[in-house]
Ligand binder design. Structure first.
Ligand SMILES: Nc1ncnc2c1ncn2[C@@H]1O[C@H](COP(=O)(O)OP(=O)(O)OP(=O)(O)O)[C@@H](O)[C@H]1O
Ligand SMILES: [Mg+2]
Length: 250
């Protein structure tokens, strides 16, 4: 059975998409079939993998089409994608108009995920209906935390929201890992934030952190995950090690 990970944090720009596509790419390369479902109308996971939704998309998945039909191979072996288009923003409204609208994604994932080891749901930067759908469908939440001063502020709110979804919609939901991103090893601030996050979340925090890296920031503009863009970069190396930790935890 596939393990389904929602990559979520209502805070914008913390590394959700970078984490989703790079972990998926590393796992795929390690021989673990992976699927990325782009749940963000910004479609950054789609473009970050060099794809474009010119036909079906995540919108259709929420609209009842089968996952098997919608998941398309990418140019990376073992890595499939259900792309997003801006029309996904409209789904946000529609999902709230149906009493079971919070579990549409879970229903869609009930068949067709068997051939994957890992499924990553790249969430938008809000705690709206798309993120609620992701948490209702997921086994685990991965929380990227940017190593900067305000990082901790939204975290207790996020954990509270995760617990609400767990209680109301998805009892098996658990935090699967907290990942420190954009860590700048030279600054005291990064070290302080890391210490603070580790104190609070303990073993949930991945041992490996992701450094702030120009190569990681450049890769999506080439439509490539870091291991394909520059395999020897620090960013690629970091995500590879996080992926291996994830395999151990799974
Ligand atoms: N470790 C890193 N080092 C340098 N740049 C990074 C790193 N991780 C992500 N970035 C860049 O920071 C920006 C935000 O990252 P990303 O898109 O992954 O965040 P996000 O949480 O998905 O954002 P959003 O909330 O808008 O969906 C992107 O331009 C990305 O390329
Ligand atoms: Mg994103």
């Amino acid at each position: 059975m596939a393990k389904v990970y929602a990559v979520a944090n209502q805070k914008g720009g913390v590394g959700k998409t970078t984490t989703a596509i790079n972990l998926a790419a590393c796992l795929a390369e390690a021989g673990e079939p992976a699927l990325v479902i782009d749940l963000d109308p910004q479609a950054n996971a789609t473009s970050g993998l060099g794809e474009r939704a010119n036909g079906t998309s995540t919108y259709d998945l929420l609209d009842g089409a089968s996952l098997q039909e919608l998941a398309k191979p990418t140019k990376f072996p073992n890595l499939h994608l259900i792309p997003a288009k801006p029309d996904l923003a409209g789904a946000t409204v529609e999902l709230t108009q149906h009493s079971d609208g919070e579990t549409y994604l879970r229903q869609a994932l009930s068949t067709g995920t068997e051939k994957y080891s890992f499924v990553f749901l790249d969430c938008p930067p809000s705690f709206g209906p798309l993120t609620v759908n992701a948490l209702a469908a997921a086994d685990r939440v991965l929380i990227p935390v940017q190593a900067e001063y305000y990082a901790l502020e939204g975290l207790s709110q996020l954990v509270h929201s995760i617990n609400l979804v767990k209680a109301r919609l998805n009892p098996r939901l658990a935090v699967g890992g907290v990942l420190l991103t954009m860590v700048d090893g030279r600054t005291r601030l990064s070290a302080d934030v890391e210490a603070e996050v580790r104190k609070h979340f303990g073993e949930l925090v991945f041992t490996q952190t992701v450094p702030r890296s120009v190569r990681l920031a450049e890769a999506p503009s080439h439509g490539l995950p870091a291991i394909a863009y520059d395999r020897r970069s620090r960013g690629a190396d970091a995500y590879w090690k996080v992926a291996m930790e994830l395999v151990e935890r799974a």
